[in-house]
Design a protein around this ligand. Structure first.
Ligand SMILES: *Cc1c(COP(=O)(O)O)cnc(C)c1O
Length: 382
């Protein structure tokens, strides 16, 4: 039994890389000043903050003033949705459109808005896990003011047609938000070229720390702050800035964007190997589109197997992967993503998500495949 962990749960979180840690360190040690202070240790923090903001803006294809640092993907998603809700309450256009497979950080705010009298359309994603532009077009009414559709899904890795959605929303004057937490660094993103009005990112899915993220907002004039307090970030997101976390996020984004092509060239053959090998095991079914998925993601159901039992067996072999119900562990509800693509209760409960990073090696995947086959056999005998 191996001591070292083969970590294949990068969609849940990632490790902090050396370059990111190095970018953070000065601001955890001598550079502890408050970016709002006038003396030099504070001014140095303010300079670091501005530099990080400019770097993030350039990487997304927008202006510095359009970037707001947040506490992560969840806050960014909530901020985007509740800002749009505030505007809709004034305009009266209280119809929002999203998809059935969004992260709970989008779905639960949408549910809260339904209780406040909003009408929410949850677009279907069919068995491939991808929304259809024709469905979006058909759902839009004169009351629609906001669309939130994720760029890539966290469970099944499917990639949504963000460019087409952006084009359609822009032509109708509808604000388009995308949760790009799983997409950035895996597929190219440019907010201007893709007509994206708001975009959420999270540091810890990109080798930066947990508890830091950003929200890009195109039309900052109509933006309604979610966190109120001091005048930090132009009064649009209050709270003393997490300089170390932000410097780390900017470096993580730089590295992710610079390494995108190399990462995909490395992971695509590993994904294909996984799909080929796992498809051959008894009762295996790939979840999500065969092609339009992140190179880093594979999600399988294994008929007759309990996902959680499989995960525990793999853990004993030093392998970390997650099951379809990991996010709602403690509850027996199957994943809303898997049920949305037509999985039965049993299929959803028997699912395993494998999510790689650029650090994943071919030998990791070979070991994983061998261990998985053993673990499946053990589960079936138990
Ligand atoms: C992880 C994740 C989030 C939440 O981000 P946090 O920084 O953990 O709050 C939101 N959306 C997606 C798609 C995610 O994968």
């Amino acid at each position: 039994m191996s001591e070292t962990t083969i970590y294949l749960d990068n969609a849940a979180t990632t490790n902090i890389t050396e370059n990111v840690l190095n970018a953070m360190m000065p601001w955890l040690k001598e550079g502890y000043g408050n970016a709002s202070s006038m003396y030099s240790v504070g001014r140095k923090s303010a300079i670091a903050l501005n530099k990080a903001r400019a770097q993030c803006a350039e990487l997304l294809g927008c202006e510095s003033r359009e970037i707001f640092f947040t506490s992560g993907g969840t806050e960014s998603d909530n901020t985007a949705i509740f800002s749009a809700a505030g505007n809709a309450e004034i305009s009266g256009k209280k119809h929002f459109i999203t998809s059935a497979i969004e992260h709970h950080a989008v779905l639960n705010p949408m549910k809260a808005l339904e209780k406040r009298g909003f009408r929410i359309t949850y677009l279907p994603v069919y068995d491939n896990g991808i929304v259809r532009i024709s469905d979006l077009e058909a759902a839009i009414t004169s009351d629609t003011s906001f669309v939130s559709i994720m760029a890539a899904n966290n469970e099944i890795g499917t990639i949504q047609p963000v460019t087409e959605i952006g084009e359609l929303c822009r032509s109708k004057g509808i604000t388009f938000h995308t949760d790009a937490v799983q997409a950035f660094g895996n597929i190219p993103i440019n907010v201007k070229e893709q007509n994206i009005d708001m975009l959420s990112l999270s540091g810890h899915k990109l080798h930066a720390m947990k508890g830091v993220g950003l929200l890009y907002v195109r039309d900052t004039a109509s933006f309604r702050p979610y966190i109120l307090g001091g005048s930090q970030q132009g009064g649009k997101r209050a709270g003393t800035e997490n300089i170390a976390g932000i410097a780390g996020l900017a470096e993580a984004m730089r590295a992710a964007a610079a390494g995108l092509e190399e990462k995909n060239a490395k992971l695509l053959p590993l994904r294909e190997k996984l799909i080929k090998e796992l498809s051959q095991t008894d009762g295996a079914k790939l979840n999500g589109d065969r092609e339009k998925r992140l190179a880093s993601n594979v999600n399988f159901s294994f008929a007759g197997i309990e996902g959680e039992a499989l995960i525990l067996r793999l853990d004993l072999m030093g392998i970390a992967v997650s099951s379809g119900s990991a996010c709602t562990s403690g509850s027996l509800d199957p994943s809303h993503v898997l049920t949305a693509i037509g999985c039965t209760y049993d299929e959803a409960r028997s699912s395993v998500r494998i999510s790689m990073s650029e650090q994943t090696s071919e030998s990791d995947i070979e070991t994983f495949i061998r261990c998985l086959k053993d673990a499946l056999r053990e589960c079936r005998c138990a």
